[in-house]
Design a protein around this ligand. Sequence first.
Ligand code: GDD
Length: 241
Amino acid sequence: MRSLSIIIPAYNEEQRLPGSLETVKSYLDSKGFDFVEVVVVDDGSRDRTAEIVRETALRDSRVRLVSNPGNRGKGYAVRHGMQEAKGDWVLFSDADLSAPIQELDKLIAAVRREKADGAIGSRALDRSLVGKHQSFLREFAGRFFNLIMRLATGLPYRDTQCGFKMLRADVARIVAARQQSEGFGFDVEILYIAHKHGFRVVEVPVRWFNAEGTKVSMWNGLTAFADPWRVRLNDLKGLYK
Ligand SMILES: Nc1nc2c(ncn2[C@@H]2O[C@H](COP(=O)(O)OP(=O)(O)O[C@H]3O[C@H](CO)[C@@H](O)[C@H](O)[C@@H]3O)[C@@H](O)[C@H]2O)c(=O)[nH]1
């Protein structure tokens, strides 16, 4: 794999983004990609997120800012990033690098080994390593969500919500053109669309060090349980053809 776009959706990330961008840049320096770009999709942040990316881009041409006019949600931002990506493969990563960027090596190895069309990081497999546990309630909710998700969609995954996913660019484009969800429900949806179109996306155990703070509200958590059913309904309506 020689050509990669790293997409980072960012909403009010002035605290976490500068360190993360430096970490990603050093990692990329140690790798020999023919083409690599880091596309930060700022989603109408009210802090210095966009300014930080602009300043970093002046010093490093691999970094690029994409701006949304307002705050539309993580799903909208990732879709925008997929549409803008120029690499042959795309990786989505959260701005806090909860999954360390070095875990990309595991996704790349899995895709090569399995001749897959994509790979997703997972916190719920035997060899996953979750360094800093979330609250019991959130962990339980996550497991229950994935059970509902499997029932509603028939997808085989143990953890659809890990923000560390890699797809071949042609798969990402097919998915982005059909994606309806603009919020946190997009993870299940993109996997469902990829699966429906016959692509194989494998689940890979990764290390995950949950950073302090979250943009996921209690309301987001509650409404998430409807998302997998909405995906099924959208499919019945023919929206994913
Ligand atoms: N562009 C954009 N990005 C957003 C928004 N809300 C959150 N994000 C971005 O989405 C990423 C994840 O947000 P966190 O605040 O770090 O969430 P978390 O608690 O670690 O979230 C976990 O659950 C989410 C929902 O299932 C997952 O999306 C995420 O990957 C992770 O597993 C960050 O890069 C954050 O800036 C938004 O409205 N717009």
